[in-house]
Design a protein around this ligand. Structure first.
Ligand SMILES: Cc1cc2nc3c(=O)[nH]c(=O)nc-3n(C[C@H](O)[C@H](O)[C@H](O)COP(=O)(O)OP(=O)(O)OC[C@H]3O[C@@H](n4cnc5c(N)ncnc54)[C@H](O)[C@@H]3O)c2cc1C
Length: 313
């Protein structure tokens, strides 16, 4: 069987693409390692998704599952390991050894945050340790927090957080921060942001919630502890794009380059949406929007392909 469309991933971008594609009556296969993606890992509430004051990750994933079922959509649980394009068809191979064919493909394989891998990070994830200041920042109103990472992500996080909190520490491992000039100047104007360089984070501690972060001062070679209620890890993302086999252009972080209007990649018929893309803001609402756009663009592409096919048959 040749599907009209294969969607890789079932996080917000994949689910949204699937719902839009179902409304266009496309024959479709969704292949994903799980349902919900990063949302399924969100232990605390999501407070920036339209229509909901608050919804937890597992609750939103349950709604995704209901909506997929209502549209007669099933997720084939597997991992995509390769994509090829042959004779105007895509061949998708999976870890379980299967190969599927489709006219068009949407990649929505997302990303994962880079971890600092120190004691306390995993224990306090969702209890003071966050990987998304835009998502969780307002919860830390009036509390002292630390941002790990002195690049643009770290600086932008600190600037956002400085609207809510009395003090933000930026901890940078290197001797110098590496944010761009604009962010550097903006941070310098904020008296409640303090940059600490040569700081190697050693541990995060607390009882139920985070209470402190300890770092090794690499210059003085001593350990120092800061009393903070929040630790924002901003050392980048790892996009899940290792299986794309040269069919798309990637930036230096491995994120997929795409056309912002259509979500098309450089290979006709291959679209990409959500956190696996170059997009600056990694959020549920953005991933969902991109998924919807990609599905409509894939529909246009598939329609054109079947007109061409019928014309020559
Ligand atoms: C702890 C945490 C809290 C967050 N809080 C918020 C918040 O409050 N508000 C907000 O807007 N955003 C939040 N975010 C960000 C938000 O979750 C992401 O922006 C969003 O999930 C991106 O959706 P996506 O579909 O692009 O990717 P993902 O959610 O990463 O989903 C990717 C999907 O692809 C699958 N996949 C990956 N590789 C393969 C493969 N090779 N084969 C098959 N399947 C594959 C995965 O299993 C997954 O199902 C949070 C993120 C984290 C980590």
């Amino acid at each position: 069987m040749i599907y009209d469309l294969i969607i890789i991933g079932a996080g917000p971008a994949g689910v949204s693409a699937a719902v839009y594609a179902a409304r266009q009556r496309l024959s479709m296969l969704i292949i994903s390692k799980d349902i919900g993606g990063q949302v399924a890992k969100k232990a605390v509430d999501i407070e920036n998704y339209p229509g909901f004051d608050k919804i937890s990750g597992p609750e939103l994933v349950e709604l995704y599952q209901k909506q997929l079922k209502a549209n007669n959509l099933e997720v084939t649980q597997d991992e995509v390991v390769g994509i090829e394009k042959k004779d105007a068809k895509f061949l998708i191979s999976t870890k379980s050894g299967k190969t599927y064919e489709a006219i068009s493909v949407i990649i929505t394989s997302g990303a994962s945050s880079r971890l600092i891998n120190v004691p306390g990070e995993e224990e306090f994830a969702g209890k003071g340790v966050s990987y998304c200041s835009l998502c969780d920042g307002p919860v830390f109103k009036n509390k002292i927090v630390a941002v790990i990472g002195g690049g643009n992500n770290g600086f932008e996080s600190a600037l956002f957080l400085s609207n809510y909190v009395p003090k933000v520490y930026i901890l940078e491992y290197g001797a110098k921060t590496n944010a761009d000039q604009e962010n550097t100047e903006l941070v310098a104007k904020h008296k409640n942001i303090e940059i600490i360089t040569n700081a190697k984070v050693v541990k995060i501690e607390g009882k139920v919630f985070v209470e402190s972060i300890t770092y090794q001062d690499l210059t003085a070679n001593t350990e120092k502890t800061l009393e903070v209620k929040g630790v924002f890890v901003e050392i980048g993302y790892i996009p899940a794009t290792t299986f794309v086999n040269g069919l798309v252009d990637l930036n230096n972080k491995g994120e997929i380059m795409f056309d912002a209007n259509t979500l098309a990649t450089k290979t006709p018929g291959l679209f990409s949406a959500g956190d696996c893309n170059v997009s600056k803001y990694k959020q549920i609402v953005m991933a969902s929007g991109e998924g919807a756009k990609a599905a409509l663009s894939a529909y246009e592409y598939i329609k054109k392909q079947s007109i061409i096919k019928n014309h020559y048959e």
